[in-house]
Design a protein around this ligand. Sequence first.
Ligand code: KIV
Ligand code: NA
Length: 284
Amino acid sequence: SKDITVRTLLRMKEAGEHIAMLTAYDYPTARLLAESGVHILLVGDSLGNVVQGQPSTLPVTLDHMVYHTQMVARAVTSLPEGTARPLVVTDLPFLTYQVSPEEALRSAGRILQEGGAQAVKLEGGAEVAPTVARLVAAGIPVMAHIGFTPQSVHALGGYAVQGKTLEQAKRLLADAKALEAAGAFAVVLELVPAEVAQAVTERLRIPTIGIGAGPHCDGQVLVFHDFCGYSPGRVPRHNKRYAHLAEVIAQAAKSYVAEVQAGEFPGPAQTVRLDPAEAARWQQ
Ligand code: KIV
Ligand code: NA
């Protein structure tokens, strides 16, 4: 079958075929992205920012992630026969995997069992390798995430490129190697200089998926709302807007308000009327 699995992604890297990943948080979006050929749908904890309006991903809970994963997984399982199903990966949110590998396993278990995802993603380098190994041993595929890790925004002192010095770049490479050795099936590189991302990509057997990490990664990921121009306010420099949804929705809403106020909506096409005979009786 053409359905995307963790093995498909390894084969794609070997074949030099780039992987396209986007975040998705709900049923209609997931369905459209899947039908458009996106390989991986990430139920990212970025939903804290772009869906919930939070200042960071830290307030996002495991219950939130399960809830959104259910909507995305439902979209993928209900795709028409013959449509390739993307891999559904869900973020483990802050403090659901750091305390112990056992707690991480319980959290990841809920994401797969209740949510319906096929894999989880977690942030961190060599320090989370034992946790990655524990999940992989239990049959849960893990995507790693290094470079800028949003759940550590306060420790990192803001949104900034990581790995800009040789020492930091070597550390990033060592982290990537440790995560691969622990059994991760892919690694996200966020806000990393292109040269560093290229070096990591060349030295790993598993695919790298970049965001703000240049063109040499095995795949790319963007946040849905940023990608389609649906985010209010600041959008990161590395983002490319492939559409201008905010303008489309705002224009539609303005037209609607104007038509309602002018008495133009609903028109004849949106209005049900009585049959003439009933209408005649109604007049009496
Ligand atoms: O939550 C998210 O959207 C992510 C991607 C930016 C990789 O982690
Ligand atoms: Na995330």
